[in-house]
Design a protein around this ligand. Sequence first.
Ligand SMILES: C[S@@+](CC[C@H](N)C(=O)[O-])C[C@H]1O[C@@H](n2cnc3c(N)ncnc32)[C@H](O)[C@@H]1O
Length: 290
Amino acid sequence: MTVLEGIQKSAEFLAKKDIDSPRLQAELLLAHVLKLPRMKLYLNFERALTETETDMFRELVKRRSQREPLQHITGSTSFCGLEIAVNRHVLVPRPETELLAEAGWSFLSTINSELSTALDFGTGSGCIAIALAAKTAAAKITAVDISPEALGIAKQNASKNNVIERIEFIQGDGFKALDSHRRDARATISFDLIISNPPYIPTAEIATLDAEVRDYDPRGALDGGADGLDFYRRLASEARPFLKPSGKIMLEFGDGQGDAIREIFTSQNWIVEAIRNDYTQRQRILIARL
Ligand SMILES: C[S@@+](CC[C@H](N)C(=O)[O-])C[C@H]1O[C@@H](n2cnc3c(N)ncnc32)[C@H](O)[C@@H]1O
């Protein structure tokens, strides 16, 4: 079987199994097997696949047909141009979160001080913290997550992207973890930026999500409580002592949650500066200050 035949057959198979963008998925899987950039496949359409390559490719296509996310099969994804390893313990970083990270580093780069500081609340794979550190040479980032396994991956990603010395990782439950860390270090901790993509799916909706998300993203990364807004209430009421007076909070939220989140923050005396849209023109990011 040639490269082109392999792509065509696999794309047909994935299409029958109702997988979105079947041709693209087949190409990305084969590129992974052949350790080539996807575009290079086009120069190799007539190349014959070896038996080992064919077997490996078949196996990966089968896994994808059973709804395992492409990023779990290949083991990584790209976020703001950085390679981020993922597995079952972390949410696969989404393209819309790149906009949040970009808003974060744009703000940090306006800060007139030798060292700017940011807290990434619920760091998961570490994607936001790592992007902030990579794009802002003088930023020191604190990354918190309740999941020790997620923090393990985040540390590996920080190391691979050469920013581990500028990110402090803390395991525990949000601001409570920071509080005990602060007591142990006998230090005040306050940030120029608090940034988060918290869990925001209403509990009952999790069962209705695509299998790729429902069965593979960790539940603790999805579940935002009965109405999906538990973490925004916590952030609005608990973040204040951790933010510098001139600091900002930037949060991603889910479809249709913008008005409720604005209300949560204004009722706790935050000034909502902006609600920004994502690539599909849906409201996605809240920016607020004290
Ligand atoms: C939606 S994921 C976001 C991951 C990553 N920041 C991203 O944008 O791809 C939310 C993360 O929050 C973490 N989390 C959930 N509850 C938490 C808590 N109480 N304290 C700290 N982290 C928490 C989860 O483990 C998960 O990694």
